[in-house]
Write a protein that binds this ligand. Structure first.
Ligand code: ZN
Length: 420
């Protein structure tokens, strides 16, 4: 354990700070050593702490024995949410503080003699959608409820600037709405495409009849497509992964939001039990699958997270609600529109499956504000498709068709004068 906050440029008033891993035993020592007068007002007690959600959206609930008078603000480098409290005793189970989704670290401790502080470190930039102090329904104590969602550095910086402008250094809890996001004008923004090469690392994805591994095909294709899109000179293009690394599905969505993507294209090449079936397919997200095959495919792709040791519980109501909330209508319409354009373009150059525009509950397509499609380039279970995926000419044609579809979609979305 050590003193933290060395990057905070004097914001720290000192005190005993320690990491989430600190045991209650150490906590007891820290408190015993602190120069706080025991005769002073009894400290506030934190009686519970929970986080629920993932890397795109996270809810934090912290319970108190009585009403906490708090102040909160953002810090960057890394992206942090800081909550200042009166002197507080934290009786928190260490396992509840473990990194989860959007929050990669939780620390807390004393800040001088009469104050305490809790710091949530983001996995990347985030927005505080809501932060409320609420009275518990059963009349016992209060809670702080925080809703955070993945955002871009620009959005985070805007929130940071906003808090400095309006309140000096802190933002009080009565500030309504999502702080620092919403319609912030961003004149420098170019149409941004995030390409998501499916699978990676320990998750190899599907395997072809002749040994082709899906994660390698998807990365190679994404690199070619990136080069084609970049050559147009009008778009910013990013990959969710550039190496053979494992990435959770919600992290792929988080990365798209971090780049303020106007389009997310997830690239796959699956297998199917019927060997005769071949051709490309374009998927969008939906609550109800368009057909049993699409459902089966989404189930398989969603299994990706099992490699991260995540327990997948679709009946978890809290998380399900968050996911439903994420699929906003407008984004969905744009996704459908792009899928339609993409199918049209692909049909002129590469073979498509019957009914090539399909839908199912793909987790990687659930960004709330990023139109998203998943492209199955072909089936590795079909020898001809596998051979095509390894053929540079075929890949070039497919990448060109996707580039054409992006161009049509981007020009339709750019208002007059924005220049793409
Ligand atoms: Zn796949």
């Amino acid at each position: 354990m050590g003193l933290a906050g060395t990057t905070d440029k004097g914001r720290w008033a000192g005190g005993h700070f320690f990491r989430a891993g600190c045991t209650l035993f150490l906590l007891a020592i820290c408190l015993a050593l602190s120069p706080v007068s025991r005769a002073a007002d009894a400290p506030l007690n934190v009686t519970g702490y929970k986080m629920a959600g993932d890397a795109t959206k996270l809810r934090i609930v912290m319970n108190f024995d009585r009403e906490p008078d708090i102040k909160w603000f953002l810090l960057r480098g890394p992206n942090r949410l800081v909550i200042d409290l009166p002197r507080t005793k934290f009786a928190i189970n260490a396992k509840d503080l473990k990194a989860r989704g959007l929050v990669k670290g939780v620390r807390y401790g004393d800040l001088g003699e009469s104050a305490s502080r809790l710091i949530l470190t983001g996995k990347g930039p985030f927005a505080v959608d809501k932060l409320d102090v609420l009275k518990n329904d059963d009349g016992n104590g209060y809670r702080i409820a925080i809703d955070m969602s993945a955002a871009s550095e620009r959005e985070f910086d805007a929130a940071l600037a906003d808090q400095t402008l309006t309140t000096g250094s802190t933002v009080s809890t009565d500030k309504g709405g999502r702080v620092g996001t919403g319609p912030i004008s961003n004149p420098g923004h170019r149409f941004t495409v995030v390409l998501d090469p499916g699978h990676g690392g320990i998750d190899g994805g599907a395997e072809g009849l002749n040994g082709t591994i899906e994660k390698n095909v998807t990365l190679a294709f994404a690199n070619e497509l990136r080069d084609k899109l970049a050559a147009v000179g009008k778009y910013d293009v990013f990959l969710t992964r550039e190496t053979d690394e494992f990435l959770r599905l919600d992290d792929r969505v988080r990365i798209a939001r971090q780049h303020e993507a106007d389009l997310l294209i997830s690239i796959h090449a699956d297998t199917i039990s019927v060997k005769g079936i071949r051709g490309a397919t374009v998927y969008t997200v939906s609550d109800k699958a368009s057909d049993p095959q699409a459902q089966a495919l989404a189930d398989r792709e969603n299994l990706s997270d099992q490699f991260a040791g995540m327990v997948i519980k679709d009946d978890n109501k809290e998380v399900t609600d968050i996911l439903i909330d994420l699929i906003r209508r407008e984004t969905h319409n744009f996704s459908m529109s792009f899928a339609h354009t993409l199918v049209g373009q692909l049909s002129t150059s590469v073979g498509l499956i019957n009914n090539p525009q399909r839908s199912a509950g793909f987790k990687v397509l659930k960004a709330p504000d990023v139109p998203s499609v998943l492209v199955e380039l072909g089936y590795l279970s079909n020898a001809k498709d596998e051979a095509q995926l390894l053929n540079a000419d075929w890949r070039g044609k497919a990448a060109q068709s996707i580039t054409n579809a992006v161009a049509l979609f981007a020009s339709a979305r750019s208002g007059p004068g924005t220049g793409g």
